[in-house]
Design a binder for this molecule. Sequence first.
Ligand code: AMP
Ligand code: ZN
Ligand code: FE
Ligand code: FE
Length: 282
Amino acid sequence: MRIDLHTHSTVSDGTGAPAQVMREAAAAGLHIVALTDHDSVDGWESAAATAADAGLGFVPGIEVSCRHAGVSIHLLSYWHQADDPEVTAMLATTREARLHRAREIVAKVGVDFPVTWDAVAELAGGAATVGRPHIADALVAQGVVPTRDEAFDRILAGNSRYYVPHYAPEVTDAVRTMSAAGGVTVFAHPGADARGRIVTTSVIESMARAGLVGLEIDHRDHDERQRERLARIATRLGLVRTGSSDYHGTGKRNELGENLTDPKAFLELEKARATGRASAPR
Ligand code: AMP
Ligand code: ZN
Ligand code: FE
Ligand code: FE
């Protein structure tokens, strides 16, 4: 059983439409796949329908942008009630903040490189959530850099002079909000320290107390040492170990199924969903 619980579509910064991601997942020999676009669930309906046609198990998910003490944190949530008012308000605020922030980054980058907001907006197309990858695409289109990767390396990285952060909810608040809406939450790539600052173990402990269910340990941004460290934390705090590709289509090197979630771990997530363990104080 091959289970991949973290993928992106054109609803955020992936390059394939939700239905296409599902077709690719089936072709890649996956059995269960989650769609987890940044701060939007707009892809759920289309992905669910296509997954059903392809005989693929579909898990509706999201990757919620969060912060703690200035550090950016990504929180995966599965199966939450999409129309929960607190969830929809939280996500709408973040998407709006992302839009303003993308304009600010484009204004700064535009001083030195041929990139305009109109070009970025057109490349983002119908995306519900705008991010730096769309600005990267505009830089690629202008021939400034050959790939998204190089755009991040040279211009858009978190420590670059062009970087602008955006508002995002405090991570423990987001865990509580998603859990209260029936979501099963998993801390995405908690040890990805090559791309930016990461939080200390004590923050993971606070998240666990708020209802966190799992840690995404098997992810390409974690080396063996980091995986061992996170596995010890997961065991100590009773958190489920998940794994995934964080697939973004042709926008990143990540391949569907390159990291997987063990079927036993997936059962634990389903159990947390069924018992509402995620929403109970722990
Ligand atoms: P943002 O959400 O606007 O801060 O942009 C960060 C997002 O860009 C991450 O969530 C990834 O999906 C994507 N990303 C980060 N690094 C890279 C990279 N080197 N190449 C392509 N996409 C990246
Ligand atoms: Zn992304
Ligand atoms: Fe992420
Ligand atoms: Fe992601």
